[in-house]
Design a protein around this ligand. Structure first.
Ligand code: HEM
Ligand SMILES: N[C@@H](CC(=O)c1ccccc1NC=O)C(=O)O
Length: 284
């Protein structure tokens, strides 16, 4: 009888040493998949500034990936009544948002004429089709079904987006938390169809107002509210810088995605994610 289960231990040890050998031979480039990452900036025009254009977009998409990762974790944390980790995750989202915004300063070094030299080569491609951007909108709770249509020709992507579309957003999770904390929230909000755009509601407005008027008894909910406001504030700043940078580079030309361009981007500035959290400022 193998008292110390030596056979298994020896096998485990030799497996571990194989893993260690592999790890020891792993390089910085292997670990970060730099072979893939750094060979994906080829572009379609050969124009000098297309490299800048691609890098800015890729960096933005990488940051968006991390934002989604953190937002999903924050939703789960709030659902578990675990607010401290949610605050950390939401704070990280805001820090990332402040980083992405700096990209506009780099992009704005491209002159209108330089962009026009390769714009036609972009065809109908447009940021409009950024599915991670849509998933962020969904994760925040802004559900517009018509955007799913854009991805109809890509079933795998459509499936992923539909799952994100059907999942609860951050604002719904926050409102459910208000109810669990003792605030009276209308049944039609608590049981609402989460695949529709959120409509502002008086009971939610009253609850947030009570939190803001008496932070001493509601520090945690106040902090949750402010983290939501931070995220929306940064997102609006991103949208504003996008709109202004687009105006600076292409003026009022139509967009490659088929929209009116700057006027469309101005219109989306009116969209709110967490409407009551902004409304109450006037009423307090
Ligand atoms: C020269 C630079 C850029 C120009 C001229 C530009 C232009 C536009 C225009 C005109 C639209 C409206 C849709 C259309 O008709 O195409 C749009 C949408 C969009 N762009 Fe850009 N863009 C630029 C850079 C970027 C960058 C760096 C990102 C970062 C990922 C980005 C992300 C988006 C997103 C997410 C939308 C959809 C917005 C929405 O529907 O709410 N764009 N862009
Ligand atoms: N919509 C832009 C084109 C554009 O910016 C773009 C093109 C391809 C991939 C990403 C893009 N970025 C943001 O919209 C335009 O109308 O010039």
């Amino acid at each position: 009888m193998d008292k110390y289960n030596n056979g298994q231990n020896i096998a485990a040890a030799s497996e571990k040493s194989i893993r260690t050998d592999f790890k020891e031979s792993m390089t910085y480039g292997d670990y970060l998949h730099l072979d893939q990452l750094l060979t994906a900036q080829e572009g379609v025009s050969g124009h000098h500034d297309e490299t800048l254009f691609i890098v800015i977009h890729q960096v933005s998409e990488l940051w968006m990936k991390l934002i989604l990762h953190e937002l999903r974790a924050a939703i789960r944390s709030i659902e578990r009544d675990d607010l401290q980790p949610a605050f950390k995750q939401m704070a990280r989202v805001s820090k990332i948002q402040s980083q992405i915004i700096n990209g506009w300063d780099v992009l704005a070094t491209m002159t209108p004429a330089e962009y026009m030299e390769f714009r036609d080569d972009l065809g109908n491609a447009s940021g409009f089709q950024s599915y991670q951007y849509r998933m962020i909108e969904f994760a925040l709770g802004y559900k517009t079904k018509h955007v799913l249509k854009i991805y109809e020709k890509d079933p795998a992507l459509l499936e992923e987006l539909t799952a994100a579309f059907n999942a609860p957003g951050l604002y719904d999770a926050a409102i459910q938390k208000l109810a669990r904390s003792g605030f009276t929230i209308d049944k039609e909000v608590l049981e609402r169809d989460i695949t529709t755009v959120y409509e502002p509601n008086d009971s939610v407005r009253e609850a947030w107002k009570a939190v803001y008027r008496d932070v001493d008894t509601h520090w945690e909910l106040y902090q949750m509210a402010e983290k939501l406001v931070d995220i929306e504030d940064w997102l609006q700043q991103w949208r504003f810088r996008h709109m202004k940078t687009v105006e600076r580079i292409i003026g009022f030309k139509q967009g490659t995605g088929g929209s009116s361009g700057v006027n469309y981007l101005k219109k989306v500035l009116d969209q709110y994610f967490f409407p009551e959290l902004w409304d109450i400022r006037t009423e307090i």
